[in-house]
Design a protein around this ligand. Structure first.
Ligand SMILES: C[S@@+](CC[C@H](N)C(=O)[O-])C[C@H]1O[C@@H](n2cnc3c(N)ncnc32)[C@H](O)[C@@H]1O
Length: 237
């Protein structure tokens, strides 16, 4: 156990890392502000261009430390996936906007062949490759499962739904984990670019794009929301 005296010792590296992150956050806030367009049940952050959206979204990795999140979310996700009535071993899984790969590790733990994509996977990431969920680089009908908990980082949600429908096998599965919406008192944070009034509205987007929601489960970690399983509707492809 640390004594009170030891606690006061300043770790210069930690101090400068925190300072650098805090300055970077201020710079980003000045640049992107908090202007949103509200369109019916949805809100989109206002960007001058797609390039500005990309720059903002890529910046989150350098402003946070994800070490605890990585351990805790990996366990929580593995446990809830394991509770689903699905044989995971050997399934191919694509995780969209997977950052350092926490969700990828949860699927690997369950015996899947899993990979993530992210705008900014950081350096030498073994689990996540560079990619944009509006323009997936994978072959049509090639993946068993697509997972994402990052739809609140969308620029064009309809485009993402189309891309997921493209890469999923006809009997594939899409798992969306989504935080509650504004109607439940949740507000988007500084890095979010898209938000919903409630999860029903988000589900409607995927149903209009050619999916059927087959299973909904409440979740509490890493935030209060729902996990939703969708299946492609065959005659809509
Ligand atoms: C809230 S983080 C979630 C990360 C990860 N799913 C997790 O739970 O650890 C959102 C991630 O979305 C990524 N992102 C934002 N826009 C994206 C896009 N168009 N394509 C791919 N990744 C994107 C960001 O780089 C960031 O890593």
């Amino acid at each position: 156990m640390m004594s009170g005296k030891e606690k006061r010792v300043l770790d210069p590296l930690r101090f400068f890392t925190k300072l650098k992150r805090s300055i970077r956050k201020r710079v980003l806030f000045r640049k992107f502000g908090e202007a949103w367009n509200a369109k019916s049940a949805f809100q989109n952050r206002r960007y001058d261009s797609y390039e500005a959206y990309l720059e903002h979204q890529k910046a989150k990795l350098e402003t946070h430390d994800f070490a605890n999140y990585d351990t805790e979310f990996r366990t929580a996700l593995r446990e809830r996936l394991d509770a689903l009535d699905i044989v995971w071993r050997g399934r191919t899984v694509l995780c969209l906007a997977a950052r350092i790969g926490t969700e990828v590790k949860a699927f690997l733990d369950l015996g899947c062949f899993a990979i993530g994509i992210d705008l900014n996977p950081g350096k030498e990431n073994r689990y996540v490759v560079q990619g944009d969920f509006h323009d997936l680089q994978f072959a049509p009908k090639s993946v068993d499962v697509v997972y994402t908990n990052s739809l609140d980082h969308a620029f064009d949600i309809n485009r993402i739904a189309k891309e997921v429908l493209k890469v999923l096998k006809p009997d594939g599965l899409l798992i969306v984990e989504a935080v509650h919406g504004r109607d439940q008192g949740v507000k988007p944070g500084f890095f979010e670019s898209f938000f919903w009034s409630n999860i029903d509205e988000l589900i409607r987007v995927f149903e209009n794009a050619g999916f059927k929601a087959t299973h909904r489960t409440p979740l509490t970690h890493p935030w209060p929301g729902e996990a939703i399983c969708f299946h492609p509707i065959q005659d809509r492809r």
